[in-house]
Design a protein around this ligand. Structure first.
Ligand SMILES: [Ca+2]
Length: 149
């Protein structure tokens, strides 16, 4: 006797595509936030700027397992390692990240066992690059290239 399980990934990860504009703030969260995200999971999202501006992400809250459950942010539409700009994980305070790049991908990948509540991020565009001053980030964070934190 066999049992088949059906999992609808898009419902758990939320929308796959987000359009950022100058006039709106878009909320993005990890699956089930603020409840624990699933283990051995992967979500991929694509972010496009529909107005002429620069993406700004404000991390309102983030807690993931250090070094194992990682939010990757990269340039363009191809979520591969060589386009990665940032890897975020751990316990981050409220932090702001600004990009000079108009199209971004995000991937949240978790491993087995230890989980946490995940993250909530406000995303929007600003008309001028460098308009805001940045807060300090704590927790785990690796910067690759071309991003101001
Ligand atoms: Ca984990």
């Amino acid at each position: 006797m066999s049992v088949t399980l059906f999992v609808i990934i898009t419902e758990i990860c939320g929308p796959e595509r987000y359009n950022l504009s100058l006039s709106e703030i878009t909320n993005m969260t990890s699956p089930f936030y603020p409840s624990t995200y699933p283990e051995n999971w992967e979500c991929v999202w694509f972010i496009t700027s529909i107005d002429d501006g620069f993406p700004i992400f404000t991390i309102i809250d983030m807690k993931t397992e250090e070094t194992n459950d990682i939010l990757h942010i990269g340039q363009g539409y191809n979520s591969t390692g060589e386009t990665t700009l940032l890897e975020l994980f751990g316990d981050l305070g409220e932090s702001m990240i600004k990009f000079e790049i108009r199209t971004l991908w995000m991937q949240f990948r978790t491993n087995h066992r230890v989980g946490a509540r995940g993250f909530i991020i406000h995303m929007t565009l600003q008309s001028e690059y460098g308009k805001y001053s940045m807060s300090e980030m704590r927790g785990g964070f690796r910067q690759v290239d071309g991003v101001t934190v």
